[in-house]
Design a protein around this ligand. Structure first.
Ligand code: GDD
Ligand code: MN
Length: 360
């Protein structure tokens, strides 16, 4: 059986890939291996350059993906095709140290199920990082350690290996967005034996990094989903944030009416409620429920009507609870706040199922 399958995700790495394959040929010469390059149809034709080298390297396979994009999802595509006992991942841009792969293999021999190449333990380091990048990396690591019960020093590492069984047991639960594929496995394979191997993360010479602010946003979102998100869905948090923005909008509208119009207080409040319901609807449609967004005039119109009806129901619940609590002698603010919270949960659950019809 193939001992190790090494997955190499590439996007515009035409200058790096020939150098890397040459290095792998040397340093893994005695090992029964396959190397799977997964390229997302790079404009610089990385896939073609790699394919031309496969006659020279019998252990090389190249996958050219035409529609999917993204580092984590490329890694999963590679894992799916891999035949090895150990599934490893390495960047193609020569920043990871191929010599460490041999140490990975001996860690598996000693009983590890997951091996992580780390820049942050003894023997690990980074070459010429700016203070800003160091700081961002430090914050990301601290956040991961707070959110997850994992002990690794470098949970964002793109250089790691898994036992095939860890992959098979968890593959259906992995969210393939962004760069944090290792984090997904670490969070899910809680009982795995994890070992770290230090290596020096080198500076990039050819091509450029694809780590964007979007990748960082996905990362923070993933940390939430993997920790608290099991109890309070991230979507509910978004819904709550928009709910609060509604309060802000309503307050500004009342302020505006008082200042610039001669409307009565009751009219001002009515206008503010209507406007905040409308803005809440549209913001939720564009953000909270963006995967289930309502398009077109009639669908949107029907959504707005349903949303109003549900909000009205919520208002009754809010009031009923507040009155009940006032009856027990609670303070008016506390009574209203509790009513508001219960109504928000209620509104949310009904909207998920009726207005936006989210399928789980
Ligand atoms: N197929 C595919 N599709 N490959 C991609 C994509 C994509 O959309 N985006 C990036 N890659 C490949 C790159 O070609 C490279 O081989 C590797 O993934 C890493 O991408 P870089 O853009 O070089 O990442 P980096 O060096 O900035 O980030 C490194 O550190 C991060 C944490 O600090 C990587 O090791 C990351 O994996 C790591 O999370
Ligand atoms: Mn890189």
């Amino acid at each position: 059986m193939t001992q190790i399958s090494l997955i190499i995700p590439t996007y515009n790495e035409s200058k790096n890939i020939p150098i890397l394959l040459d290095k792998l040929d040397l340093c893994l010469s005695g090992i029964n291996k396959e190397v799977i390059v997964v390229d997302d149809n790079s404009p610089d034709k990385t896939w073609e350059i790699a394919r031309n080298l496969s006659s020279q390297y019998p252990w090389l396979k190249v996958i050219r993906r035409m529609t999917d994009r993204g580092l984590s999802s490329a890694v999963l595509t590679g894992f799916e095709q891999a035949e090895g006992k150990i599934l490893a991942v390495m960047d193609s841009d020569l920043q990871h140290d191929e010599e460490a792969l041999v140490l990975f293999l001996s860690a598996f021999d000693k009983g590890a199920n997951i091996v992580v190449g780390s820049r942050k333990i003894n023997g690990g380091s980074v070459e010429n990082w700016s203070p800003i990048r160091k700081f961002v990396s430090w914050v990301a690591t601290v956040m991961a350690r707070i959110a997850l019960p994992c002990k690794v020093t470098d949970p964002m590492s793109g250089f790691f290996a898994l036992d095939r069984s860890i992959y098979l047991d968890n593959k259906n639960k992995i969210n393939p967005r962004g760069f944090k594929i290792l984090l997904e496995f670490l969070a899910r394979a809680e009982n795995a034996q994890v070992q770290e191997v230090g290596y020096t993360f080198k500076g990039r010479i050819h091509g450029e990094s694809k780590l964007s602010s979007r990748v960082i946003y996905d990362y923070i979102f993933a940390l939430y989903e993997l920790s608290l998100g099991q109890y309070i869905p991230a979507r509910f948090i978004k819904y709550g944030i928009i709910g609060l923005s509604g309060l802000l909008i309503a307050t500004s509208v009342i302020f505006f009416c008082q200042k610039f119009t001669s409307f009565s207080d009751a009219t001002s409040v009515a206008i503010s409620i209507e406007l905040s319901i409308l803005t809440n609807f549209f913001l939720n449609n564009y953000w909270t429920f963006k995967e289930n967004k309502l398009f077109g005039f009639w669908k949107t119109f029907r959504g707005i009507i349903t949303f109003h009806a549900i909000c009205l129901g919520g208002a009754f619940i809010n009031q009923a609870i507040a009155i009940k609590m006032l009856g027990y002698g609670f303070d008016v603010y506390l009574s209203n706040a509790l009513g508001y919270l219960v109504a928000a949960i209620w509104n949310y659950m009904i909207n998920v199922n009726i207005t936006w019809k989210v399928k789980s």
